[in-house]
Design a protein around this ligand. Structure first.
Ligand code: HEM
Length: 456
């Protein structure tokens, strides 16, 4: 028996194909499109519990995937058959690990895999601690002066600092921060469907040039140090002083920085040109700082609404971890993970023609009442989960071969900062938080001003 095609029900000119009730009508999509509402509104409307939903958007066939079983089949077991489409940020991140495919991706991922395991990230403990101390110091100063602080900005400085230290073994200075944090403006300015040739506004070109210059200077200096003494660490890319880990600025746990690792690879593998090294650095920066910063911001938004949870989490590392897990359930920053079917496929008895877009939506999956009782409520006590979740039910870091490389790093840095701040300060926002923005990342709009006070 031939399987039905997910797009069949949307062709009114094919009378013998039944129109399935869960299929989103063209008229609904057109009305949504005309309203200028965000994509998440269409997807909320499209979601049919337990089912795939097909629709056409901009002339392309798309399928919304939210049921854990389907998520598992697309990202998990089907990870090689449903692939990423060209990434919007490709002009920025080039051929780095986020956009690479096939053998090039496999070899890039292999190079970093061991560095980002639970054991591997121990080399960066001192970097994370030093970056957290900086923010704690800033808050102590704010508390002393009675001035509000912008939490969104503070946590972003922290996550750019931790990633920069891990890439180069050096702390972040203000000038470097400005150049690195500009990546979000660059990404925002890139056209949604990248042809590669689109002209960018002059200020974005300037920001991109400054970023490239920063990366090339770091590469040149690190290579110079390798040539001079054959040892990782030392020097000061970006103008910062060497960090305090060891006398030579290397990690006290031993092991190279990410940049050293890349330069080492370049000595034996000609694929690692300076261009690819730059692409990998920018990729880790782009992938590595914004999600962690936004998650920390969301955690403070939720804690502000639940002061009793904030009190319980102060001084309790397990409660802090649970707060972060629950924050990532309600606000997974990677709220939409698009894939494309390479060849014709069958999914849950439905035919998926080659080229169909599959929109995996962790944001909606995480709010499935079949899996999460009272799904809209912030209940950190759900974690750690007592009974194993169905595969595909919880995926803030993705699942399958393209799951997040930095999961352990991200959880560790967020635990250290959130735990350190809650131990020492009480926090109260001074202005209402902005609406959720469903862009490439899911973030609250605008700053998050709060008054912080030392605990007595
Ligand atoms: C709360 C913080 C973070 C969240 C929620 C997050 C989430 C994700 C998700 C959902 C994916 C999969 C995307 C997809 O399947 O299309 C991903 C991929 C990735 N993440 Fe993260 N991430 C976080 C932090 C980090 C950090 C700190 C790093 C690096 C230090 C990092 C590096 C990467 C890389 C390199 C990939 C691409 C992996 C590949 O394609 O093989 N992420 N992340």
């Amino acid at each position: 028996m031939q399987s039905q095609c997910v797009t069949d029900g949307m062709h009114p000119d094919v009378p013998d194909v039944p129109k399935l009730p869960e299929f989103l009508d063209d008229a609904v999509v057109a009305a949504w499109s005309a309203s200028g509402a965000p994509l998440v509104d269409l997807l909320r409307r499209a979601r049919t519990p337990g089912r795939l939903t097909g629709f056409r958007r901009g002339g392309r066939a798309a399928v919304l995937v939210t049921d854990p079983r389907h998520v598992h089949q697309v990202l998990g077991v089907g990870g090689d058959r449903y692939v990423k489409r060209s990434h919007r940020a490709r002009p920025l991140i080039g051929d780095g690990m986020l956009t690479a495919t096939g053998e090039a991706w496999r070899s890039q991922r292999r190079l970093f895999q061991a560095m980002f395991t639970g054991r591997g990230i121990q080399r960066w403990e001192h970097h994370i601690a030093a970056a957290a101390d900086r923010v704690i110091g800033r808050w102590a100063e704010r508390a002393r002066r009675g001035e509000p602080t912008d939490i969104a900005e503070d946590v972003q400085f922290f996550t750019v600092d931790t990633i920069w230290r891990s890439l180069t073994d050096h702390p972040l200075d203000q000038e470097t921060y400005v150049d690195l944090a500009a990546v979000q403006d660059i990404v925002a300015a890139l056209p949604a469907d990248v042809g590669g040739a689109a002209a960018l506004p002059p200020e974005v070109e300037t920001a991109l040039a400054a970023l490239d210059e920063r990366m090339h200077r770091a590469i040149t200096q690190a290579r110079g140090r390798r040539t001079a003494d054959g040892a990782p660490g030392g020097g000061a890319p970006g103008g910062g002083a060497p960090d305090s880990g060891t006398p030579d600025g290397g990690a006290p746990g031993g092991g190279p920085s990410v940049l050293d690792r890349l330069l080492g690879a370049a000595e034996t593998d000609p694929a690692y040109t300076d261009r690819l090294i730059r692409d990998e650095l920018v990729t880790l920066l782009v992938a590595g700082y914004e999600s962690s910063a936004r998650t920390l911001t969301w955690a403070f938004v939720l804690l502000d609404r639940h002061p009793e949870v904030m009190e319980r989490a102060a001084g309790d590392a397990r409660a802090v971890e649970a707060v972060l897990s629950e924050t990532l359930r309600l606000y997974p920053t990677g709220w939409l993970l698009p894939r494309q079917a390479v060849a014709d496929e069958t999914l849950d008895g439905l035919r998926i023609p080659a080229g169909t877009d599959l929109l995996v939506c962790p944001y909606l999956t995480h709010r499935d009442p079949e899996v999460w009782p009272d799904p809209e409520a912030f209940v950190p006590e759900r974690f750690p989960v007592r009974t194993p979740l169905p595969p595909g039910a919880y995926l803030p870091f993705g699942i399958g071969p393209r799951a997040c490389l930095g999961t352990r790093f991200a959880m560790r840095e967020m635990e250290v900062l959130l735990g350190g701040l809650l131990d020492r300060f009480t926090v109260e926002t001074t202005e209402p938080v902005g609406e959720p923005v469903f862009g490439i990342n899911l973030r609250p709009a605008g700053p998050l001003y709060a008054r912080v006070r030392e605990r007595t």
